[in-house]
Ligand binder design. Structure first.
Ligand SMILES: Cc1cc2nc3c(=O)[nH]c(=O)nc-3n(C[C@H](O)[C@H](O)[C@H](O)COP(=O)(O)O)c2cc1C
Length: 314
């Protein structure tokens, strides 16, 4: 089978594959650049970075590889506006916006002639995005890793979103191999966004022991937690997720105010940084639902090459 073409504004990647942004510092410049270089779209996760760090990341990616590089930014973070402006100043190719919805960002990105791609989970928000000028949407189902905007399956929402809008629709959540891509394209997707498959790659910035957890985890190890952001989150069960789910008192002793609104049931920033750095006892290990399909750590370019090769054989 031939892969469909994905167009996002004036951007046309060789393959319709986006590496999902993964905070905090799981998808940094080396991963985004490797994906872009292999013909996909690579996303640097901006949430949790400061402005200077994000600028350096974008410059490093540009200097080291060719291809399409974007940022992913969560609306929920306090530095949302500064980080978006920093990325636009650095001439980023596109912005993907998750975990909440800003109307202002449509104006900023349009002034900079930079495609904006909101993450949505309902046809209604997809329609609003299109009317505000989005170049495409990512539609994310409950199968996805990280924060969830819905508990409905991608299989149910994707056709509804596709019907509702005429801009490209990129499917996310539970897409690991070529067969998953085929199903997404048959349900109407114009592209796919994949998270956890790329978190378990050589260029991912996850600590080596975290990558080991990714390739050993089974589907029954996957849990939902209540995030301080006010959304559900999908993660791999460990001591820390059990503490969250048994309502241990994890109220942070200090707070740097990284979120606009925080429920303070635990510190999401510390928990994600701990996981990324390999302190798994105190870390929150975000993961997609189909983690058990991932059994090896491969270079990102090899992941893309294999996806394309397997897809073309279908
Ligand atoms: C470790 C991890 C961190 C994530 N962080 C973010 C994030 O910062 N912003 C965001 O919009 N989505 C985030 N996501 C969601 C991914 O970008 C992607 O949409 C999702 O993982 C797709 O599902 P999959 O993992 O089954 O492929 C994260 C996912 C994972 C696994």
């Amino acid at each position: 089978m031939k892969l469909p073409e994905l167009r996002i504004g004036n951007l046309k990647p060789k393959y319709p594959i986006i590496q999902g942004g993964m905070a905090v510092r799981i998808s940094t410049a080396p991963l985004a650049a490797a994906v872009a270089n292999a013909g996909g779209i690579g996303l640097i996760a901006a949430s949790g970075m400061d402005v200077e760090e994000l600028k350096q990341e974008i410059r490093w990616a540009r200097e080291n590889f060719r291809g399409i590089i974007g940022i992913n930014i969560m609306f929920a973070v306090s530095k949302f506006t500064q980080l978006v402006y920093a990325a636009l100043e650095e001439g980023i190719d596109l912005i993907v916006q998750g975990a909440g919805f800003s109307r202002d960002i449509f104006k900023w990105s349009s002034e900079a002639h930079t495609p904006l791609v909101p993450i949505v989970s309902t046809p209604k928000l997809a329609r609003v995005s299109e009317s505000l000028g989005a170049s495409a949407v990512v539609v994310e189902g409950k199968e996805a890793g990280g924060h969830l905007g819905t508990l409905e399956s991608i299989r149910k929402i994707l056709p509804l979103v596709k019907q509702a809008i005429s801009i490209p629709v990129i499917a996310a959540g539970g897409i690991i191999d070529a067969l998953d891509m085929k199903e997404a394209f048959q349900l109407g997707a114009d592209g796919v966004q994949m998270g956890i498959r790329f978190a378990a790659s050589v260029e991912s910035n996850a600590a080596p022991n975290l990558k080991e957890v990714y390739i050993k985890a089974k589907q029954e190890d996957i849990v939902l937690i209540d995030s301080p952001v006010g959304l559900r989150g999908r993660a791999i069960r460990n001591e820390f997720s059990e503490k969250i789910n048994t309502e241990h008192d994890l109220t942070p002793e200090s707070c740097v105010g990284c979120l606009k609104k925080c429920k303070q049931n635990f510190c999401i920033m510390d928990a994600l940084v701990n996981a990324q750095q390999g302190n798994l006892k105190n870390g929150l290990i975000f993961s997609g639902e189909y983690i058990d399909k991932i059994t090896d750590i491969l270079p990102a370019g090899e992941i893309i090459r294999k996806l394309v090769e397997d897809y073309e054989k279908l």
